[in-house]
Design a protein around this ligand. Structure first.
Ligand code: SF4
Length: 94
């Protein structure tokens, strides 16, 4: 049972340095588990015709805003170069 100080919050004998080091480790581990765990995006193989790709935006939707877009002219769904101003039916906002 941890020692109690005058307040109702339990007091644990952990130094500030150890507490901060543990927090930094948790942040790094969280980054590895979340976004950083994904590898680089690989180019897709879906033909442009099948994706109904067009080289102009669909309203405000365009490749440059799509989560599948690989800068500067790639896509992890559609094969071949795509324009940042293009669009296809697999568009997904990131
Ligand atoms: S809109 Fe289509 S072609 Fe453009 S990046 Fe997204 S998935 Fe690829």
């Amino acid at each position: 049972m941890p020692e109690q100080k005058s307040s109702s919050v339990p007091w644990y004998p952990v130094s500030r340095r150890r507490f901060l080091a543990a927090g930094a480790g948790a942040v790094v581990a969280g980054g590895v588990v979340s976004g950083c765990a994904h590898g680089p995006k690989m180019p897709g193989t879906t033909p442009k015709e099948q994706a109904q790709y067009q080289d102009h935006p669909n309203g405000l939707s365009r490749c440059g805003l799509c989560k599948h877009y690989i800068p500067n002219n790639g896509c992890e769904v559609v094969a071949g170069p795509v324009s940042p101003d293009g669009w296809c039916r697999f568009y997904a906002l990131f």
